[in-house]
Design a protein around this ligand. Structure first.
Ligand SMILES: Cc1cc2nc3c(=O)[nH]c(=O)nc-3n(C[C@H](O)[C@H](O)[C@H](O)COP(=O)(O)O)c2cc1C
Length: 359
């Protein structure tokens, strides 16, 4: 008996199956405004139980990559509204991933008046692509003041309200993969000596306050979070207390009562292994929905649901390349391979032109 394709609930929301489309940045939002092309792309993939959108900035300061969408202006909210309608029309559900890029960005990608910010003035190793001048080293970010931290928390809360105003079903806080929220959690990027730095209770304060503000804005059934314990992407090295820090966080997030925790695992792409003990800790300490992701095929997804390792399984690249992934996996049909060359390029090629199964 398959559970992957059977309906379930996420908080107060009914999902048509347990397969989640993982958040994927696709850089198809000219001027940072969600486009009609995006509505077509997400609409094509609406047979997922839940779609988590690409990283979407709650703030002008968080638009570190070119052509990523925001959700802070009226035009952006109107764009998301069209996308939500396209997904809902086919019975799908959609959470928008709130991604503030923090120090992973470049002024050339930001709108006028915005700036690259982070917990501390520590540049990330590596480079950022800009449409204007190609690859550029990550700049030294501006270390946020307490007043700026408060203003950023309010930007997240407003973005959450905007998501609901656009008719979307909720938000996912992107606290993974080296972006602003994780930059606060990790000691290599957070060197602060105020109440937002130092012990885990302090390094986690920003993410907790953002979660509290989002919950106050739209309710805990509409707020999930993505975390990447043992993730090293975007210059986030492993450190001694990693597992203990995230165990503490699992407990704290449970107290807050967010609707889900979504764990990243990029070990199938060569990243460090996320120990089973870490996933188990989240399973035990966090009582609501747990989403696992990374390198899943249908068989492994079924197995992890059957053994209770996870409640939902998120899938990235297979969904990118197969608009009808649910039908294909269910029928055990072959799948299209993703074309890496068009992951982040503008336009429909490699975006909305992956063919569905012939009917
Ligand atoms: C093109 C692309 C863009 C991605 N963008 C995001 C993103 O915006 N936010 C995020 O949390 N993860 C992002 N990811 C990571 C995916 O959500 C997922 O964790 C990863 O692809 C591993 O899952 P998979 O093996 O099923 O593809 C991205 C992955 C890809 C391939």
């Amino acid at each position: 008996m398959s559970s992957l394709y059977s309906p379930t609930v996420l908080g107060s929301l009914s999902l048509q199956n347990r397969l989640v489309m993982a958040p994927m940045t696709r850089n198809r939002a000219p001027g940072n405004i969600p486009s009609e092309l995006m509505a077509q792309y997400y609409g094509q993939r609406a047979s997922a139980g839940l779609i988590i959108t690409e990283g979407t900035s709650p703030s002008p300061n968080g638009l570190g990559y070119p052509r990523i969408p925001g959700i802070f202006s009226e035009a952006q909210v109107a764009g998301w509204k069209q996308i939500g309608q396209a997904v809902h029309a086919k019975g799908g559900k959609m959470f928008v991933q709130l991604m503030h890029t923090g120090r992973i960005g470049h002024p050339l990608n930001l709108p006028a008046g915005a700036r690259v910010v982070a917990p501390s003035a520590v540049a990330a190793a590596g480079e950022m692509y800009t449409d204007a001048e190609g690859m550029k080293p990550h700049p030294v970010p501006h270390a946020m003041t307490e007043a700026e931290i408060r203003a950023t928390i309010e930007e997240y809360a407003q973005a959450a309200r905007n998501a609901v105003a656009a008719g979307l079903d909720g938000i996912e806080l992107h606290a993974a993969n080296g972006y602003l929220l994780e930059q606060f959690i990790r000691p290599n990027s957070n060197r602060r000596d105020d109440r937002y730095g130092g012990a885990i209770e302090n390094r986690a304060r920003f993410v907790i306050e953002v979660a509290e503000a989002a919950i106050a804005a739209i309710g805990k059934d509409r707020v999930g979070i993505r975390l990447s314990p043992f993730g090293v992407f975007n210059d986030m090295p492993l450190y001694e207390a990693m597992e203990a820090d995230y165990a503490w966080l699992a407990e704290r997030l449970n107290t807050l009562g967010l609707v889900y925790v979504h764990l990243v695992d990029h070990s199938s792409q060569g990243a460090p292994v996320v120990p089973d003990s870490m996933k188990k800790t989240f399973r035990e300490r966090f009582k609501r929905t747990l989403i696992l992701s990374g390198g899943y095929d249908a068989k492994r997804a079924e197995a992890d649901l059957a053994t209770g390792k996870a409640d939902l399984i998120a899938v990235g690249r297979p969904f990118l390349a197969n608009p009808d992934l649910v039908a294909r996996w269910k029928a055990d049909s072959k799948t299209n391979a993703p074309d890496f060359n068009t992951f982040y390029t503008p336009g429909p090629t490699g975006y909305t032109d992956y063919p569905p199964l012939a009917s």
